[in-house]
Design a protein around this ligand. Structure first.
Ligand code: E4P
Length: 217
């Protein structure tokens, strides 16, 4: 399973990249706004900065909702860097745009996926990735992880090339469950990635080893 970081924060992206386990980055308009980035030039420069930090796929989301504008915006995002993947919402115009991008050699990430039907449509249109939102499904009282299992099963049976990019990760165990369910990619906040490092027995075991090491130093 590939690890992407789900943020537009450059310091967090650098910290995850320095761990040596990072395969890419996902952003969305909310994450970009959180960084105080405003205007086309600032947005473009921010994506450039992310692409310079990480050698992997960088999802950049369109904010248009009609076919012509999605295409125009997506072409501009694609032109920023070869690693940019155009993130397109799961709407009718978005599916049409994903097909157009696919036919024109532009890779896409279909976002806001909450059902198998939506994922099948995006895969049929040729999306590089589909992004099912696990945490937001969990928030409604349903089980987001069931969707990951279902998608992996369908994508294997149908031999879709589209990768399942599990998104809306809330805590470390989500990442472990995604790996079990066969997600191709998991995009996570930094604290969920760092949470995987932690175990109290590691901490107490290390403290004891360091204490005993003093006896023969
Ligand atoms: C990433 O592609 C998604 O936009 C993101 O994971 C959504 O996460 P949230 O539900 O925590 O906002």
């Amino acid at each position: 399973m590939k690890f992407f970081i789900d943020t537009a924060n450059l310091a967090q992206i650098k910290e995850a990249n320095d761990l040596g386990i990072l395969d890419g980055v996902t952003t969305n308009p909310t994450l970009m706004a959180k960084e105080g980035i405003k205007g086309v030039e600032a947005v473009t420069n921010h994506y450039k900065a992310i692409c310079e930090l990480v050698d992997g796929d960088i999802s950049a989301e369109v904010v248009s909702v009609d076919f012509d504008s999605i295409i125009e915006e997506g072409k501009k995002l694609h032109a920023i860097h070869p690693n940019i993947v155009v993130k397109v919402p799961m709407i009718k115009e978005g599916v049409k745009a994903i097909k157009w991008f696919t036919d024109n050699g532009i890779r896409t990430n279909c976002t806001l996926i909450f059902s198998a039907g939506q994922a099948i449509l995006a895969a049929k249109a040729g999306a590089t990735y589909v992004s099912p939102f696990i945490g937001r499904i969990d928030d409604t009282g349903w089980d987001g992880m069931e969707l990951i299992h279902q998608l992996r099963n369908i994508f294997d049976i149908q031999q879709y090339k589209t990768e399942i990019l599990a998104a809306s990760i809330r805590y470390p165990n989500h990442i472990i469950k995604c790996a079990e369910a066969g997600a191709h990619v998991c995009t996570c906040p930094l604290d969920s990635i760092l949470g995987l490092l932690k175990h109290p027995l590691t901490d107490s075991g290390l403290a004891k080893f360091l204490e005993d090491a003093k006896k023969f130093a």
